[in-house]
Design a protein around this ligand. Sequence first.
Ligand code: FPP
Length: 254
Amino acid sequence: MFGRNGIDGAGCVKTAGPEAQQGPRHVAVIMDGNGRWAQARGRPRLFGHHAGAKRVREIVNACPDLGVKYLTVFAFSTENWNRTQTEVAGLMSLFRRYISKETRALRDEGVRVRFIGDRVRLDNKLVAMMDELETITECNDRVHLTIALNYGSRDEVSRAIKDLVGDVAAGTLAPDDVDEETLTRYLDTKVLPDPDLVIRTSGEARVSNFLLWQSAYAEYEFVDTLWPDFTKEIFAGIVSAYCVRDRRYGGTRS
Ligand code: FPP
């Protein structure tokens, strides 16, 4: 298992001076503002989602130099099914397009891709493409990109509890052995360290059911920039600012 929030991460960004700290090993991003970005240009919302997808590549590529080993992005929530049928269908088609267009580059650039979320409601073709991308990139270790697709934290925890209770009923898990660590092993994110930093774009200061369990001790950064305008320079600035934060995990300054 990883240590708490992976603060022993490699390849860290340092600031000069005695206040220097390690950079975030795992950054999670709520990519918000695609719709407003498109509307401001008189274009349909999907135009903003396409522009947003391009930013994902730029931010993934920026990670190694910033010492960010894990990047998790919120692409589609369990609540996003409530959008219009046109937008949902357009997003699903964008995910398929993104996977087929980006697979080779992701593989060649050392990116390991994983998906979290419930795949049951996704169409079979998309799930097959997700499985294939995970397999093709499974030996990569330069950056670990996790895409949350049909993901919601409450849904994830409910599914985890259902599996855990199943194991208790089957006699393979003793009720007395159930603790925080046990539940963590049943989550979609079981192989990932906890996020150190969660960024939300577009000026909204909400967490929207994203990695609630995993982000118990994460630092949060809410920025006004709309996701399609979120450049690698803005990302680098946030990562640098994180380095001088004082994370105490409920304890006191040592
Ligand atoms: C929220 O913005 C964004 C989404 C629900 C979709 C996020 C998807 C992408 C960035 C593109 C695809 C990503 C990958 C990894 C292929 P919003 O539409 O709610 O914006 P608004 O608040 O301005 O309406």
